[in-house]
Every structure is written in structure tokens, then in C-alpha cells.
Design a binder for this molecule. Structure first.
Ligand SMILES: [Ca+2]
Ligand SMILES: [Cu+2]
Length: 352
């Protein structure tokens, strides 16, 4: 049951801020804005975090990304429903399971489904993520908690239970693509430099929660001080400096890059500034070798400072490409067409 186990990797990690320094100057916004998208100016920034426990996000290194358009919010259930209706797309979680992929599992047990979060009845070891994740037959984006659930009242919530290829297919249909990991972090930082959070150094400025995460004792007590125990309708929280919502918390978001823990080391060693990095050529997660994984970013409503604080802008996540869960979604980006590209971003800058 690789699909079940491979989506379960959440690592206990905390983060600390590091000293600030100015980032590359913001570029002007092109005139014609695609519907529902926001311009993320190209430039250089410090990518990663020096947090010692977050070994795969080190070292902090210089990265340049070209400007691009990004969806202002995560893709919603309403959005995804339009796509599924128009294209007939059947998500990975809805497809029959191939017995070849699950040797030793009896055929009657091969029921399509997905991985659902369920708080355990009592305290459990935070090392045992199987205590709060379970494979639920029939769970999919249409029925996020299984056959007895549906999307009533959740049209504006982010779509969940999407595998990487479902997300990529949606973006392709929309004339867009998934972001690279570097693009996601550039966007998440909102023009700020090496801040602890997407919005600054303070978790709750003025006492106001800035993202949908977990308050209370994970995974048994969710006090929902931010107003939400599960996913929240997109844009329920203030936008960051670029006008983008929920790049921290709510749901993890798929990126294009393959996941490897040594990507940053290699990028940092190869040049002073990594330009438009697209990730390694293949995937390797020492915790689950042999399971191809892509990067996920932004953390989710299950992130808490006591368990997993990888919703911070430098934090990295990963997921088996064929697995979605109750807290994995996505959004799309689009390249600037040459006609729309800001004049200030010169050819020379692009091609260096
Ligand atoms: Ca919450
Ligand atoms: Cu987390």
C-alpha cells in the first residue's frame, strides 16, 4: 500500500528567523492582469532557512526567478468541478487500483480511496503519524471524508485529495502550469527578506491570525482560534505583500520539482545565484527510497508550532506523486507572455 504510507511524511520541525537584508528591487506590474492572478515580480532572494532541524532547506542561498503570474488563491472545489465536468478528468484517488502496484494485497481490498486525517481518541507519540492518518475507501475530492461526505458549503474551499498529475492536468487545462519550488518561495515571501513568516516576524500581529494552521495540542485538540478546524474558504486570511492568499497554511500545494534533500546544497555550490532553478532530475527521499516524490509547499491547517511548522516560507514538504490527502491542494502560475513582460526585466537579465 505505497499510496497509503507514502503520503504520511510529516517531519517535526521548528523554525527561527535569521538576520534581515534587503532583497532585489521589485519590478513594475504588467498592465493586463489575467483573471484571478497576481504578478509576482522577478528578482533575487534568499531561499531556504538555517533552522538546524530543517536539514533539507539548507543552506540559505541566493536564487533569481523571473517574474510570473500566480493564482491569487488555491484552486477551489468549484474551480476543479468545472474542470472535471468539461474534461471528464477522473482523479487518481477515484481510479481503480492496479493489483500489480500492491503485491500481496487481496483484490477485494483494492478499493479506490484516499488518505484522511482523523484525530486519535487519546494522546499519541508525535513520531507515529499513522495514528492520525487512515486510508478511507471512497475518499476523493468529491467526498473528502469518504462516501458519507460531500462538498456542500465547500465550493470556495481548496480542492483536496489531488495527486500531482491531477493538479498538473488542471493547470494545463487552464492554460497555466504548476509553480516551481523557487517560484513558490519567491511568492510566499511577498517581497520581504528572510522573515520568519510570509507576513513578517510576528506570528499574530495585533493578535490576528494570518493563516489557517492548528492551534492547541496536535493531533488531539484543535482549539481553532483562527476560526477553522479543517480547510478554510480561500482568502479567509489577509494577503501577503504580493496580494496572494494562503501561501502559508490551509493546504499544502504541489510544485513541479522532484524532491531531494540535497537540492539546496547542490544549487548553492554550483553558482553565486541559482537562476530559475527547476529542481533535480529525479527524486530521492531517504525516508522512503523508491517512492517518487514531488515538492509540496506552504504547509496546511494541520501545521502547528508544536508539531510541524513548515508553513513558514523556507519550509519544504514532499509527497508521493500518486497520493493526495485531506490537506493537499495546489494553485497554478503562468509565464509572462513577451508582450506583457515588464520592460524593466531586460533580455540580458533573462538570458544571463
Ligand atoms: Ca485552523
Ligand atoms: Cu506542517
Amino acid at each position: 500500500m505505497t499510496r497509503v504510507l507514502s503520503g504520511l511524511l510529516l517531519v517535526l520541525i521548528a523554525v527561527r528567523a535569521i538576520a534581515a537584508e534587503p532583497v532585489g528591487a521589485a519590478k513594475p506590474v504588467p498592465a493586463a492582469t489575467p483573471l484571478g492572478m497576481v504578478w509576482v515580480p522577478g528578482g533575487e532572494f534568499w531561499m531556504g532557512t538555517e533552522e538546524p532541524s530543517m536539514t533539507d532547506a539548507r543552506p540559505v542561498h541566493r536564487v533569481h526567478v523571473d517574474g510570473f503570474w500566480m493564482d491569487r488563491t488555491e484552486v477551489t472545489n468549484d474551480d476543479f468541478a468545472r474542470f472535471a465536468k468539461e474534461t471528464g478528468h477522473v482523479t487518481v484517488a477515484e481510479r481503480p487500483l492496479d493489483p500489480k502496484d500492491f503485491p500481496g494485497v487481496p483484490p477485494e481490498a483494492l478499493v479506490p480511496g484516499s488518505i484522511v486525517f482523523a484525530p486519535p481518541p487519546g494522546d499519541v507519540s508525535l513520531a507515529n503519524h499513522l495514528a492520525w492518518w487512515s486510508y478511507v475507501p471512497g475518499a476523493s475530492w468529491r467526498q473528502p471524508e469518504g462516501p458519507k461526505s460531500d462538498l456542500t458549503g465547500r465550493g470556495r474551499h481548496p480542492v483536496v485529495h489531488v495527486a500531482w498529475e491531477d493538479a498538473a492536468a488542471y493547470c494545463n487545462w487552464a492554460g497555466k502550469r504548476l509553480p516551481t519550488e523557487a517560484e513558490f518561495e519567491r511568492a510566499a515571501r511577498g517581497g520581504l527578506d528572510r522573515k520568519k513568516y510570509d507576513w513578517g516576524d510576528e506570528l499574530r500581529p495585533g493578535g490576528k491570525p494570518q493563516a489557517n494552521t492548528w492551534q492547541g495540542r496536535f493531533p488531539t485538540q484543535n482549539s481553532a482560534e483562527d476560526g477553522f478546524t479543517g480547510t478554510a474558504p480561500v482568502a479567509s486570511f489577509p494577503p501577503n505583500g504580493f496580494g496572494l492568499h494562503d501561501l502559508a497554511g490551509n493546504v499544502w500545494e504541489w510544485c513541479t520539482d522532484w524532491y531531494r534533500p540535497d537540492t539546496y546544497e547542490k544549487d548553492a555550490g554550483a553558482s553565486d545565484v541559482a537562476r530559475n532553478p527547476r529542481g533535480p532530475a529525479d527524486s530521492f527521499d531517504p525516508a522512503e527510497p523508491g517512492i517518487p516524490k514531488r515538492v509540496q509547499r506552504g504547509g496546511s491547517y494541520l501545521c502547528s508550532d508544536s508539531y510541524c511548522s513548515r508553513y513558514v516560507p523556507g519550509g519544504r514538504g514532499k509527497g508521493a506523486t500518486d497520493s493526495g490527502t485531506t490537506h493537499v491542494g495546489f494553485r497554478c502560475v503562468r509565464d509572462a507572455s513577451p508582450a506583457l513582460a515588464p520592460a524593466a526585466e531586460s533580455r540580458a537579465d533573462h538570458e544571463r
